[in-house]
Ligand binder design. Structure first.
Ligand code: TYD
Ligand code: MG
Length: 488
């Protein structure tokens, strides 16, 4: 044992990607971020070398010899169904024992609320003495108050173990010494968590990463499902983003507008299930409630047709969601026009503005442009191009889209339209919710257009055609439309 190994060591940890260096440099060599290296004292190696084999998986598999795949036993511990359908759905059927799940979202979006409800769900399943809720964010009294508000105190929720502690070492100690072993450990949040060996402040990349590693070392062998809360920073990434996302088994994110009720839960990574499924909740008086009809949750309510508004039948995994796309264009005061987009990619909007101008005769180059998706939803599928373009054209011409119409399709640089996947499923859902007309790309050599009862499908070949079709009706023209369609 040399003296050197006991002496505190210093590393320079990049706050953007988590890479560590021996010397300070102005730019991180791993991710090229400037001025992101922060001196972090390391008293000992944060990751102890592990000779043994974790017993978290199933069967006895030696670390040094390969085992026939067929001889590997099934997992000893079944998934824990939380009993909140939308949450179980996103997890892929419940929490996997021994897994580490990161739940991200903006402050105030409902992470702690959802997890307290989930903790009560697991408590009902395996007994409250096997659920630990560690919080470095709130006092025990505050958690109690919330549990009371959620109506969880009376049931099994009252027996959940609350730990107001931010030291991960202390939390791990309690969890591993407790009998019976916890089935679920919630750690709220990773930003308040600290690891004893590190000197960096709570929330720094070094601490965040070490905390997650420590929790993983606790979770795997003991078969404890650990859910870690991570606040999303302003730029939309979870602190220590890349390092954490690689470490954990699943990353769930909760999105929505803080002052609106609808929340969308998405799995952006899931080692034990699909990343396609989404869960829809509504934040109400009694916490996060499952939404009875998620497909209509993102439709804004207004009296009549409004210029700049189009409904798009989007597909999130296997679930069709209808979302209202809103666009507003206004003549700019000169100078660089404003381009503000929420819920969609600003670059995509810029591209659509260019295509609209060059290929569809909708000149927006000098206009200020605002784009928004109702309910705070974020959609990144290319099929949203067409509804976005129609919304902008509708706002510019101040003409509403024909009532009860949906539109979906990808727009190419030449103003051509490309089909989307799952069209039939989207259109069936639109018809179910009372829409009567759908503007979709004309299929090329691919599959035929689906026939959906009660829905008139208008197949168009170009953006220009789509805009004409969408704006051909409108409030004043509704009657004329009806007679025209009756005639043909
Ligand atoms: P919270 O779960 O504390 O958010 P996070 O942990 O993501 O920071 O949620 C806080 C918000 O939720 C707060 O604005 C109050 C609101 N809320 C409700 O609307 N209903 C409820 O039943 C509860 C418990 C909270
Ligand atoms: Mg919280």
């Amino acid at each position: 044992m040399s003296k050197a190994s006991a002496r505190p060591q210093t590393r320079y940890v990049c706050q953007s990607c988590g890479e560590s260096f021996l010397r300070w440099e102005g730019q991180c060599r791993a991710c090229s971020a400037w001025n992101s290296l922060v001196e972090t004292r390391v008293r000992s190696e944060p990751r102890p070398s592990r000779g043994g084999v974790g017993s978290g998986g199933g069967g006895s598999v030696s670390a040094t010899a390969a085992t026939r795949l067929g001889d590997v036993g099934e997992p000893e511990r079944p998934r824990l169904a939380i009993g909140i359908g939308e949450l179980d759905r996103v997890l892929g059927g419940g929490l996997v024992p021994g897994s580490l799940v990161l739940l991200g979202g903006e402050p105030g979006i409902g992470k702690s609320t959802l997890l307290l409800q989930a903790a009560a769900g697991i408590a009902a399943l395996v007994g409250p003495e096997r659920v630990l809720y560690a919080t470095g964010e709130e006092s025990a009294a505050q958690v109690r108050l919330r549990a009371e508000r959620l109506g969880l105190l009376a049931g099994d929720g009252g027996g959940i173990g609350i730990l107001t502690e931010s030291s991960i070492d202390r939390i791990a100690e309690v969890a591993s010494q407790q009998t019976p072993r916890p089935a679920l450990l919630v750690v709220d949040s990773v930003q308040t968590a600290t690891v004893d060996d590190l000197d960096g402040p709570a929330g720094s990349v070094g601490q965040v990463r070490a905390a997650a590693l420590r929790l993983m070392e606790l979770a795997k062998p003991a078969g404890i499902a650990v859910v870690l809360v991570g606040h999303v920073t302003k730029d939309g990434s979870i602190a220590g983003p890349k390092t954490l996302e690689h470490l954990v088994d699943a990353v769930l994110t909760l999105e929505g507008e803080r002052y609106a009720a609808i929340r969308l839960l998405r799995a952006t990574k899931n080692r034990f299930g699909s990343t396609e499924e989404v869960g829809v909740f509504e934040m109400g008086e009694a916490g996060m409630a499952e939404v009875a009809d998620p497909a209509r949750a993102f439709l804004a309510e207004h009296d009549g047709p409004a210029p700049g508004s189009v409904v798009a039948p989007t597909l999130e995994g296997s679930r069709p969601l209808l979302v209202e796309v809103q666009g507003l264009v206004a003549p700019g005061p000169g100078g660089t026009p404003r381009r503000t987009a929420s819920g969609v990619d600003t670059n995509r909007v810029a591209l659509l503005v260019a295509v609209l101008g060059r290929r569809a005769g909708v000149g927006l180059a000098s206009h200020d442009i605002y784009v928004n998706l109702a309910g705070g939803l974020t959609v990144d599928e290319p099929g949203l191009d067409l509804p976005l373009a129609i919304a902008l054209a509708s706002s510019l011409r101040d003409r509403p889209v024909t009532p009860a119409t949906v539109a979906i399709g990808e727009v190419g640089l030449l103003g051509e339209l490309r089909p989307v996947i799952g069209l039939e499923r989207r259109l069936r859902e639109a018809a179910r919710l009372g829409f009567v007309r759908a503007i979709v790309p004309r299929p090329g050599r691919g599959p035929m257009l689906p026939a959906v009862a009660g829905l008139e499908i208008v197949a168009v070949g170009s953006l220009r055609e789509a805009i004409e079709a969408a704006l051909s009706g409108g409030a004043g023209d509704a009657r004329r439309m009806a007679t025209t369609s009756a005639r043909c």
